[in-house]
Design a protein around this ligand. Structure first.
Ligand SMILES: Cc1cc2nc3c(=O)[nH]c(=O)nc-3n(C[C@H](O)[C@H](O)[C@H](O)COP(=O)(O)OP(=O)(O)OC[C@H]3O[C@@H](n4cnc5c(N)ncnc54)[C@H](O)[C@@H]3O)c2cc1C
Length: 416
């Protein structure tokens, strides 16, 4: 391998953001990526269906302040600029909710988000589940919606850590694919695909990065892999501050589980005309799902499922995730939906060895550990990625910005 002053581990949003900033500053870097593609948890692919869809990230969250919005415009990405969330429907107890019930369910969600906001920044560090209302007819639906926002069950997520998220403003879906945008932003960078990093250790005035193809000496390294990859031990860190963060703090900020099943249809059920989302609670042994509605020449329903429900079905193996999703669609739209389904495809982020989950959260009682990991001084081995964003955690733009900030830090340090 050729020497470059900076090595970046991982070609997801954070790694690409870092490499682009370094390039702009005139500092050479190489990005070592374990898989055969750039993008990480942003992936636009067909998965065998006849149109491409986002397997991971899809929405430009916090669109008013999201630094990727202007870049997306420049790169020719198409996205829908919505002032409010799309119209949605709820199906539970054998029927669609009426307007009054929808209003009550929405109020319950708003009450939860107010409760999270109230304890944000305070020392009170309880699970989000502790802030939920007493179980009522819509509580399962509220949980389903929250779980897919957090990528994990409400009882496993610190409300204080979740409340660190700044700016819940606009969410704009990237119609041309968020993964496709990130892949495009990777063009022109020196990315070595199929190169898993197995070890990182600080040496005199530099860092050694170990791969199956040899050891790369760098003056500084930016590590962007997910917290579950860090905790897995796939990368062995030499003794020092970075190893202390990985051993002492990262276990408090794991990635949850969040999977999608995309169904390609001949036509959308009439009940979903003009609807963007439909939450379906079958009320039996099947798990409730959030269903994203995609219209157009190739209509799709993409079900979203997070937390233990997603883990249970993934662990069950086979096509259990898709069978659950299909059971929910049948419950809401009747068994005739089977004739409208042309094919389906399923994500497996939880089992992907280079991701191992969805995105990060702080465990209840451990929000301070997450903040400490972000603030930690780790010398020439710097961490970036969604988990290290103090106000935009769990997002693509958060990951991107941490990469850019670490690149600036390296430039200012004079190491490179
Ligand atoms: C189902 C789902 C839906 C989501 N929806 C949204 C959304 O709508 N909007 C949004 O903003 N965010 C969303 N997210 C979150 C968003 O995708 C992530 O926060 C973001 O993409 C993370 O980027 P990253 O660079 O931090 O990490 P990653 O994308 O995980 O990048 C890390 C890279 O490191 C590589 N790697 C791992 N181990 C090694 C190793 N040992 N050596 C070399 N390379 C390695 C990986 O292959 C990967 O390419 C979603 C995520 C999921 C899973």
């Amino acid at each position: 391998m050729t020497d470059a002053p900076v090595v970046i581990v991982g070609a997801g949003a954070a790694g690409i953001g870092a490499a682009r900033r370094l390039m702009g500053l005139g500092i050479a870097s190489i990005v070592l990526e374990a898989t055969a593609r750039a993008g990480g948890r942003a992936l636009t692919a067909s998965g065998g269906l006849s149109r491409r869809w986002d397997h991971g990230a899809h929405w430009l969250h916090s669109a008013a302040t999201n630094p990727l919005v202007p870049l997306a415009r420049t790169m020719g990405a198409t996205f829908t600029e919505e002032d409010e969330g799309p119209p949605f429907r709820l199906w539970a107890s054998g029927r669609f909710a009426d307007q009054a019930e929808m209003h009550r369910a929405r109020s319950e969600l708003e009450r939860l988000s107010d409760a999270i906001e109230t304890i944000a920044g305070t020392k009170r560090d309880v699970a989000v589940a502790d802030l939920m209302a007493e179980p009522g007819p819509w509580s399962q639906l509220v949980r389903t919606v929250f779980n897919t926002l957090a990528g994990e069950d409400a009882d496993k997520v610190s409300a204080s850590g979740y409340g660190d998220y700044a700016d819940w403003g606009l969410d704009w879906p990237v119609d041309s694919g968020y993964g496709a945008l990130i892949e495009k932003l990777a063009e022109g960078l020196d990315i070595r695909l199929g190169t898993p990093v197995t070890g990182i250790r600080e040496v005199s005035a530099g860092v050694d990065v170990v791969t199956p193809f040899g050891t790369q000496r760098a003056r500084a390294v930016i590590v962007t892999v997910s917290t579950n990859v860090l905790s897995s031990g796939a990368i062995r860190f030499g003794p020092g501050a970075a190893a202390d963060v990985v051993a002492g703090l990262i276990p408090d900020m794991p990635c949850g589980a969040y999977e999608k099943v995309a169904f390609e249809l001949t036509e959308l059920p009439g009940e979903l005309n003009g609807i963007g989302f439909c939450t379906i609670d079958p009320g039996n042994a099947d798990f409730a799902v959030e269903t994203e509605v995609i219209s157009g020449a190739v209509p799709m329903l993409i079900t979203h499922l997070a937390g233990d429900a997603a883990r249970t079905l993934i662990d069950r193996g086979g096509d259990a995730l898709a069978a659950n999703a299909r059971a929910c669609l049948r419950a809401a739209f009747g068994s005739g939906i089977d004739r409208q389904i042309k094919g389906h495809a399923t994500t497996r982020w939880t089992k992907d060895p280079w991701v191992r989950g969805s995105y990060s959260h702080a465990k209840p009682g451990r929000a301070a550990a997450r903040r400490a990991a972000i603030a930690a001084e780790t010398g020439r081995i710097l961490f970036a990625g969604e988990a290290f964003s103090s106000g935009w955690q769990a997002t693509v733009h958060g990951a991107w910005q941490t990469g850019q900030d670490r690149a600036d830090q390296i430039a200012l340090s004079g190491w490179a």
